[in-house]
Ligand binder design. Structure first.
Ligand code: ADP
Length: 790
């Protein structure tokens, strides 16, 4: 095409040169320095004259004749050459005149150079643009515009050795320039075109298909490459690119003459809302995009690209791994994660609208088999397609677990406080129940028909008291109350409870070694340990099975090394709790005793059972080991040192104690006066009756204020204060301290449903006072009072 345009112009030029003459051209050409003097004819003329002179001087006739002939030849040659030069000069002048006439009005800068390459003519435009360049070589004249002018001119001149004209398009820092050269008789005409303001607007010289569209997508022009590709003229952008809207840089289909082809459209904005649309064929992706894609893939961060309507458009390798999906998978974000706070859709919409600060949210990966939590931050990005979101994903599973543990431990603390409160009230009730029962027992001896029922009430109240004690074990660290005991008895007593614990699907089998030696341990705590192990065994067999609890005497003759501990030689009582459940994988085995380690679902496991067991057994001087085979079951084994010099004492039986008391005479001469302060009426009633039965004079008060009022009577002699610690209004220690100022000799017994160590200041800060925990039996109370007074 370009070729065609150029050759068309060249023939126009030649036609013009042949027809146009101008006086101005004449004048300028006369001034021009390019026309050579007639050197050849002069030389020939001189040679002719020399030869003529020599003819006259020649002595010999033959020589004269020869010289005459030479003279004639030279003169004739001089004449012919002169004629030829005159003709040539005339032609050159004529051609130049015509050329100049033509180029003088040309808006593009034009020059004529002679055969030596010096500029002999330049038109007005060239003069304006380059100044006076006459006599200079072409390369120098245009060097200001073409940095490599010398090379360009040389190439043009070389090309013109073969063709009448040549042109070259040169891209310069300031634009694209075409330099065209046409061979003339005796010289060259040069013409320089700035393509930027000529053909470029239509892209005619560009090999790439392009078109110019208006602001409303009407095609204003298209270059021949585009016309060739389309095979027609298109009127609208949609004619060319049927998939609208057209997105720059994104692969689109173009309706070509041969059907639909894939191209990458490049859109360059131009004046007045116009756009130049270029179609780059044959590339699968624009180079920049593929670099971006590679970077997206290789960044060491998990990334997702999410469209404005919440679809995952792209994910990199790390994101796929975190989400548990394949590279090819796309779809709505809500298909991959579930947000723990609020619906994924709302979150995406808020981030797109930038309604919320760029805060990250925690979500669970839905497609992962294991529980994986992800911290996801969304940032809004805007490209040619409009706004979308870039999501950065972090694995937050560890963090989430910690949080859950924290929540769990807070829950435990709350339960602990609740349990403590309930236990306190229960202890008051139990004190009243056992107390009144004790009072009844005082009046009914073993032969009485009601005796057995009263003993039942008493025993069950005691069992309730031990349950309250377990409840309290959750709320705080209990001090161990070790006693020497027979483990088989303990386990037998526990059987009932354990059977209830395991439920119907699971059978519990117990086997006790008949030769068990006694141990020294806290009975309630040990019960707790066994219960925890049995509960875990039950949970490991959701489909039912058998839990075996076995006790055995083991004599280690040498120290036993196990699980990085060494069990010294000696006699041990062992307890084994065995199940045929799912077992514990090796990687979890060394973590199960950690507090809060649980594989159970939230609400089902606290992760405290085994850590409690471990703590209690350690404190008892024993060891706990675990053996587990995944799929076949788990065995926990506890070693507790046998109690040497065993002197097995039966735990004190309330009934027996009471029986002694009934027969015991009342202590001391003067029984003493007791001020009893207790806000719980049933407890107060039982305690005052118990003390009166023992011969004491009892003054009662329902609160501290009432007690102090009673004491304001100086004539009253009081030997002992028995007071509750926590009461509405003033508490026990406070009123006691107040009263002791006036009556420093008075003895003090504090009673409370809270363990002593739970009280502020430990011993409640009253010197010489003693503490009696609730629930207490009649004997506990009277013994304590007697010891304080005597
Ligand atoms: P919890 O029972 O509240 O989870 P534990 O400290 O009692 O807390 O147990 C910790 C974890 O040890 C359990 O979640 C379970 O994974 C594992 N475990 C304990 N006992 C067994 C058992 N007998 N069989 C299988 N796994 C067990």
């Amino acid at each position: 095409m370009i070729e065609r345009a150029v050759s068309g112009r060249a023939s126009d030029l030649w036609k013009a040169i042949e027809t146009v003459t101008d006086e101005t051209a004449d004048r300028v050409i006369k001034d021009a320095r390019g026309i050579k003097p007639f050197v050849q004819p002069v030389v020939l003329l001189v040679l002719g004259i020399v030869a003529g002179g020599a003819t006259l001087l020649a002595p010999v006739a033959e020589l004269r004749f020869g010289l005459m002939a030479a003279t004639g030849g030279f003169l004739a040659a001089a004449g012919l050459v002169t004629l030829r030069d005159i003709w040539r000069t005339w032609r050159v002048q004529n051609t130049f005149q015509a050329a100049f006439t033509l180029i003088h009005h040309d808006p593009s800068p034009c020059f004529c150079t002679d055969e030596d390459g010096a500029i002999v003519l330049q038109n007005a435009s060239a003069e304006r643009r380059f100044g006076d360049r006459l006599g200079q070589p072409m390369a120098r004249a245009i060097a200001g515009v073409l940095p490599n002018a010398a090379a360009v001119v040389f190439r043009q001149e070389t090309a013109m050795g073969r063709r009448p004209s040549a042109h070259e398009i040169v891209v310069t820092p300031r634009g694209t320039v075409r330099l065209a050269a046409h061979r003339l008789n005796g010289g060259v005409i040069w013409r320089m075109d700035d393509l930027a303001d000529a053909n470029s607007r239509h892209g005619e010289w560009i090999g790439l298909p392009m078109m110019v569209v208006s602001h409303n997508d009407t095609v204003l022009s298209m270059n021949s490459a585009m016309r060739e590709v389309l095979g027609r003229r298109a009127t609208t952008l949609e004619d060319v690119f049927p998939d609208q809207p057209l997105v720059a840089g994104r692969r689109s289909s173009l309706s070509s003459v041969n059907g639909s082809i894939e191209v990458i459209p490049i859109v360059v904005p131009s004046k007045d809302g116009r756009r130049e649309v270029y179609a780059i064929p044959g590339l699968s992706e624009p180079p920049a995009a593929s670099v971006a894609a590679r970077a997206f893939e290789s960044l060491p961060v998990a990334l997702l690209h999410i469209s404005a309507d919440g679809e995952v458009l792209a994910s990199n390798f790390r994101a796929q791994a975190l989400l548990g999906i394949d590279a090819s998978v796309t779809g709505p974000m809500s298909q991959f994660v579930v947000n723990l706070g609020r619906p994924v859709g709302d979150w995406i919409a808020d981030s797109l609208a930038e309604r919320v600060p760029n805060r990250s949210e925690v979500a669970r990966a839905k497609q992962r088999k294991d529980e994986t939590f992800l911290q996801i931050s969304l940032s809004r990005i805007v490209d040619g397609t409009g706004p979308s979101l870039l999501a950065v994903l972090h694995d937050a599973t560890e963090l989430k677990n910690l949080e859950q543990q924290f929540v769990q431990s807070q829950k435990m603390q709350a339960i602990g406080e609740l349990a403590g409160g309930v236990a306190h009230d229960f202890n008051n009730l139990l004190t009243a129940i056992t107390g009144h029962c004790d009072l009844l027992l005082l009046r009914h001896d073993q032969g009485d028909p009601d005796y057995a029922d009263l003993v039942q009430i008493n025993q069950n109240a005691n069992r309730a008291a031990s349950l309250v004690g377990q409840l309290l074990a959750f709320s705080r660290k209990q001090t161990l109350e070790p006693e020497v005991m027979d483990l088989s008895d303990t386990i037998s007593e526990l059987t009932h409870l354990l059977n209830r614990l395991v439920g119907e699907k699971i059978s519990l089998s117990l086997s006790n070694d008949p030769d068990l030696q006694p141990i020294r341990a806290d009975r309630r705590q040990l019960d707790q340990v066994i219960m925890n192990l049995v509960v875990n065994a039950r949970d490991a067999m959701p489909d039912g099975g058998e839990v075996r609890v076995e006790t055995r005497m083991v004599h280690l003759t040498s120290p036993m090394a196990r699980d990085q501990v060494i069990v010294p030689n000696g006699a041990y009582v062992t307890i084994r709790v065995r199940d045929h459940g799912h077992g514990i994988p090796a990687d979890k085995l060394n973590r199960i005793f950690e507090p809060f380690f649980t594989t159970k679902r939230t609400g089902e496991g606290t992760g405290l059972g085994l850590s409690m067991a471990y703590g209690i057994i350690k404190q008892t001087g024993g060891y706990i080991f675990v053996d587990s085979v995944v799929g076949s079951g788990t065995t926990f084994t506890i070693y507790i040192p046998a109690h040497v010099n065993a002197n097995l004492q039966e735990p004190t039986k309330v009934i027996e104690a009471k029986a002694t008391e009934i027969n015991d005479p009342v202590n001391g001469g003067r029984p003493g006066v007791v001020l009893l302060v207790e806000d719980e009426a049933p407890v107060r009633a039982f305690a005052s009756r118990a003390l009166r039965l023992r011969g004491y004079t009892v003054l009662e008060a329902a609160c501290a204020e009432e007690a102090l009022e009673t004491l304001s009577d100086d004539t009253l002699e009081i030997d002992l204060f028995v007071t509750d610690v926590i009461m509405p209004g003033m508490d026990g220690p406070t009123w006691v301290r107040e009263a002791l100022k006036e009556r420093p000799e008075t003895k003090v017994v504090f009673v409370s449903g809270y363990a002593e160590d739970a009280m502020e200041g430990g011993s409640i800060g009253v010197p010489g006072s003693v503490f009696l925990p609730k629930p207490f039996s009649l004997t506990d109370l009277t013994d304590t009072v007697r010891q304080q007074l005597h």
